[in-house]
Write a protein that binds this ligand. Structure first.
Ligand code: ATP
Length: 312
C-alpha cells in the first residue's frame, strides 16, 4: 500500500520593529537585560516545509546570498529542535525548508528568528502534532530571544533577553516606512559597541517604558512618535555613521519620527497614515540614502499557515 505524503505547508511570518528598546548593563553571563516593546510588521518572510528525500534548506529573495543553508540556518535548527522535542531523529528529518525572504538579512528586524518560528508552525501542521502555541513558544525561546515574539506577533512587552512576553493593548494600525541599508550589521557587534561607548562615557539612556504603553493605548501615532527610543541606536550609528543621514532624510520627507530598528541598520519611520507613508517612501527612495525602501503596517499576527489548515 502507498503511504500518503502530506502536502507542503506554507507559513507567513512577520518582521518586528522595536518601539522601545532599553538595554541594561552587561551581565556576568555576557547578556544584557532588555525591556522592549515589539510590534509585528507586514513585511514578511514565507517559509514552506515539505516531506522530501533530499532534506535541507533553500533560500530565495531579499538578501538570500547572505543566508547560510547548512546546519547554522535558524530554520534548520528549528527542524532539529522540534524533532528532538517530539521524539523523532533530529539528524534524519526528511524535511525540506524553502524560505522566501522579504525581511532584510542582519537588518535588526528578526528575519532569522521569524524563519525559525515559521518552521515550527509549519512542521507542527505537516506532522499533525497535538501541540499548543505556548508549547511551541518554549521551543522558540531555546532558538533565540526574538523567536517567541515572531510566533505570537501583535504588539508585546518583552523582558529578560526579550523572550518573556506580555501582550500590549494597541488600538491602532500604525504605518511605517523602512529603509534597508546596503549591508547588514551583526547584532553581537552592536551590543559590544554599546558596551564600549558606555565604558568611555555615559551615552544617554532612553526613558521609562510606561509612557510608551500609554501612547499605544490611545492609538495616536503622533504621541507614540515622540516616545520611540532605542538604546542600541547610538552604537549602530557609531558603527555605520551614514545612518544619521538616513534618519534625518526620513523626517525631512514627512515622517513623524525615525528610529533604528533593533540593532540596525534598518531605519523605521513612523508616519501619520498610509498615504503619508507612501509619500515618505517615494521621497526617501529618491534621496539616495539607502538601498531599498518598503512600506509596512503593524501590528499584524504572528506566524500563520496560509491557504490551508490553521493548526496549531
Ligand atoms: P535580530 O533583529 O533578531 O537581531 P537580524 O534581523 O539583525 O536579527 P537576521 O536576519 O536574523 O538578523 O540574521 C542574523 C544572522 O543569522 C546572519 O548572520 C544570518 O546569516 C544568520 N541566519 C541564520 N539563519 C537565517 C535565516 N533563516 N534568515 C536570515 N539569517 C539567518
Amino acid at each position: 500500500m502507498l503511504a500518503v505524503v502530506p502536502p507542503p505547508v506554507t507559513v507567513r511570518v512577520p518582521s518586528k520593529v522595536n518601539l522601545h528598546l532599553a538595554v541594561g548593563d552587561l551581565r556576568p553571563d555576557g547578556y544584557h537585560d532588555l525591556t522592549t516593546i515589539f510590534q509585528a510588521l507586514s513585511l514578511t518572510d514565507e517559509v514552506t516545509v515539505a516531506i522530501a528525500d533530499e532534506p535541507g534548506v533553500e533560500v530565495h529573495g531579499e538578501g538570500a546570498d547572505a543566508v547560510p543553508t547548512g546546519a547554522s540556518n535558524l530554520a534548520w535548527r528549528a527542524v532539529q529542535e522540534l524533532a528532538r522535542h517530539v521524539g523523532r531523529d533530529p539528524d534524519e528529518p526528511k524535511i525540506r525548508v524553502v524560505i522566501n525572504k522579504g525581511i532584510p538579512v542582519s537588518g535588526g528586524m528578526a528575519g532569522g528568528s521569524a524563519d525559525a518560528a515559521a518552521t515550527l508552525v509549519g512542521l507542527a501542521s505537516l506532522w499533525r502534532l497535538d501541540i499548543t502555541r505556548d508549547e511551541l513558544a518554549g521551543i522558540c525561546a531555546k532558538l533565540g530571544s526574538d523567536v517567541p515574539f515572531t510566533l505570537y506577533g501583535g504588539t508585546a512587552l518583552g523582558t529578560g533577553r526579550g523572550e518573556k512576553l506580555v501582550p500590549v493593548l494597541s488600538r491602532h494600525t500604525y504605518h511605517w516606512v523602512l529603509a534597508f541599508d546596503r549591508r547588514g550589521l551583526s547584532t553581537p557587534k552592536v551590543f559590544t559597541e554599546l558596551d564600549r561607548l558606555r565604558d568611555e562615557g555615559d551615552p544617554p539612556r532612553i526613558g521609562a517604558v510606561e509612557p510608551v504603553l500609554e501612547a499605544l493605548a490611545t492609538g495616536d501615532p503622533r504621541q507614540l512618535a515622540l516616545l520611540l527610543g532605542n538604546d542600541l541606536q547610538a552604537a549602530s550609528v557609531s558603527l555605520r555613521p551614514g545612518l544619521r543621514r538616513t534618519l534625518r532624510a526620513g523626517v525631512s520627507a514627512g515622517a513623524l519620527a525615525g528610529t533604528v530598528s533593533g540593532s540596525g541598520p534598518t531605519c523605521a519611520f513612523l508616519c501619520s497614515d498610509g498615504e503619508s507613508a507612501l509619500r515618505v517612501a517615494a521621497e526617501l527612495a529618491g534621496a539616495g540614502v539607502c538601498r531599498t525602501v518598503r512600506v509596512a503596517h503593524g501590528p499584524v499576527p504572528g506566524a500563520r499557515v496560509i491557504g490551508g489548515d490553521e493548526t496549531p
